[in-house]
Design a protein around this ligand. Structure first.
Ligand SMILES: Cc1cc2nc3c(=O)[nH]c(=O)nc-3n(C[C@H](O)[C@H](O)[C@H](O)COP(=O)(O)OP(=O)(O)OC[C@H]3O[C@@H](n4cnc5c(N)ncnc54)[C@H](O)[C@@H]3O)c2cc1C
Length: 531
């Protein structure tokens, strides 16, 4: 498992993208041996060698494999039309559009794989494919749907028959998976609030929440405070908190109400609108969880990356972007590249681990106000779908721990229950022994569906918080006050640097579809200024 060196809760030193002070001292004086690169960037390129700390940088030359140090100092002399930083589905969508528009493109990806938060992860024993990250696609998610079709990725309906489980503080209630709402008294008390949200979403300035007439009022509140102003019923509050945290993997007291209202309003496309934003966001049939991909959603970015393979450099974490005159010099561990335009295609919560020269104070302030959700996915494999035999859908939600939302999953014809480990529970279990997490998740499944859950034959566990190049998931949320103060810096280009990543999307922000839209929008910005 990768070492967790850069979690937002870590020390300031731990979050530094490179130990440049010590490195500058080490290499101070004398000329850069690579005459093609400005000296300050050469220093940063060397600093980028380890990517963790100056002390390690100093030790690096002795540790490097033969040829490795030389490779890392490489300077690609080409002036590209665009460099895309990040080969998640957003960066890939940007690169695809730019290549299609005839632009020269390089994609620099930190990991040794494409897909970012979309990842096929094998089960522990049998090596079955499971979706460790994004998996569901639903109506109005037209851009990712189009890519799935283009790359021949079959979509299958999420199993949605029988009864689902609503868990409220130890009490288990069954309700019909369709339409999917437990009509418990407390839940009914939440419906007027849901109706108010629906009203707000109609006509909402999607993607630009700071333009809403009540933006200042709502951005001053957390989601939980906003809900508490509207209902005093404990179950209604719990359900509305859970609705948010199930989608975002952050508790309702940790993000702005304005952020959440924009997130709900964005769960559509340009042509569809409301009503039913909330149902579309949270629902299975007719909602964002409607379909899964045969073979895993990661087939989409993997096939995109295969088509773009000559353009992608893997194991190339970008450490610095220097806007020198009318172009940018991008320093990565795999070398230094130059381009007329750059697309940074990742969450704002991690995009400011890159050093920008000159500094971008507004964008830095925006990014400091964004935090990744904390999330993991657990999947248990069974010999037969025993929950179906009991008339259960395999879906559960409520306030049980550690998995608060479950679904039946599909993988190569096997029978799988999948549970999200979210927010504070994931934080508690980030560093726990794997078997402890497995046992706790199985206990939760047994509570939801029955003791047959204990007879699993295989499992998969993936903890996104421990991923150095994600810092969590599924999406970054903004704290109160951030969007109304710095929201414009989310998408406004900074010189020749453009911003993509799902968090910068208008529609379906936080989803694969939003990521594709954001990448295509950033590419269109570049094409528009470089005809
Ligand atoms: C557990 C989980 C479940 C989810 N479920 C769904 C779902 O069912 N449906 C859905 O639509 N969405 C879902 N999502 C959200 C979805 O995965 C994201 O919205 C989408 O994948 C974001 O894509 P992106 O390209 O914007 O960002 P990312 O996928 O994060 O891509 C960013 C890329 O940049 C790279 N990178 C980071 N830093 C650097 C650097 N310094 N230099 C170079 N490269 C760098 C990363 O390695 C990564 O490849 C889920 C996410 C998670 C984690």
């Amino acid at each position: 498992m990768p070492e967790l060196v850069n979690r937002p809760t870590g020390s300031a030193a731990g979050r530094s993208p490179m130990g440049r002070n010590s490195t500058s001292a080490r290499f101070g004086g004398g000329d850069s041996p690579n005459s093609g690169i400005p000296r300050r960037l050469f220093l940063r390129g060397v600093a980028a060698m380890s990517g963790v700390a100056a002390a390690m940088v100093l030790a690096e030359p002795a540790l490097a494999a033969p040829g490795e140090a030389r490779r890392r100092r490489e300077h690609d002399p080409t002036l590209y039309d665009a460099i895309v930083v990040g080969a998640g589905i957003s960066g890939l969508a940007a690169a695809k559009s730019l290549v299609a528009a005839g632009r020269t493109v390089k994609v620099l990806e930190a990991r040794g794989r494409a897909g970012g938060r979309i990842h096929n992860h094998p089960t522990a024993r049998l090596g079955l494919t499971t979706d460790a990250g994004a998996e569901f696609i639903g109506p109005t998610q037209n851009r990712v749907d189009a890519l799935a079709r283009e790359y021949g990725v079959e979509q299958l309906p999420t199993y949605d028959d029988g009864s689902s489980v609503f868990w409220n503080s130890g009490q288990r209630r069954l309700f019909a998976a369709q339409p999917g709402l437990p009509l418990d008294g407390g839940v009914i008390a939440a419906l007027p609030v849901v109706a108010e949200i629906e009203g707000i979403c109609a006509g909402f300035p999607v993607g630009e929440p700071w333009r809403h007439p009540r933006a200042a009022e709502w951005d001053a509140l957390t989601w939980r405070q906003w809900v508490e102003q509207r209902t005093s019923v404990a179950t209604a509050r719990m359900v509305l908190d859970l609705a948010a945290s199930a989608a975002l993997s952050v508790k309702g007291d940790q993000f702005s109400a304005l952020y959440m209202l924009n997130y709900v309003a964005s769960s559509t496309d340009e042509n569809t609108g409301g009503p039913s934003y909330v149902a579309r966001l949270l629902g299975t049939a007719g909602g964002a969880q409607e379909r899964v991909c045969n073979g895993g959603a990661a087939l989409i970015p993997l096939r995109m990356a295969e088509a773009l393979r000559e353009h992608i450099v893997f194991d190339a974490p970008v450490r610095a972007i220097d806007q020198a005159g009318d172009h940018a010099v991008v320093v990565s561990d795999a070398g230094t590249f130059s381009a007329r335009r750059v697309v940074v295609a990742m969450s704002p919560a991690i995009s400011h681990r890159i050093e920008y020269i000159p500094a971008l104070p507004e964008r830095a302030a925006l990014c400091a106000g964004y935090t990744m959700g904390r999330i993991g996915k657990f999947a248990a494999v069974y010999e037969r779908p025993w929950w179906r035999e009991k008339g259960l859908s395999g879906q559960a939600f409520g306030n049980a721990t550690p998995t608060d939302v479950t679904f039946e999953n599909y993988a190569e014809g096997n029978h799988i229950l999948m549970g999200f480990v979210s927010a504070d529970e994931m934080a508690r279990l980030d560093g726990a022994p794997e078997q402890q997490v497995v046992d706790e998740c199985i206990d939760a499944f047994a509570g939801y569906f029955g003791d047959e859950a204990r007879e699993y034959i295989d499992y998969s566990l993936f903890r996104w918080d421990d991923e150095e190049w994600s810092w969590g998931g599924p999406v970054a949320t903004s704290a109160p006050g951030v969007l109304t103060t710095y929201g414009h810096a989310l998408r406004d280009p900074a010189g020749v640097v453009h911003w993509a990543g799902t968090e910068t999307s208008d529609y379906w922000t936080g989803y694969m579809d939003g990521a594709v839209r954001a990448g295509e929008r950033a590419a269109a910005e570049i094409v528009a200024v470089s005809r």
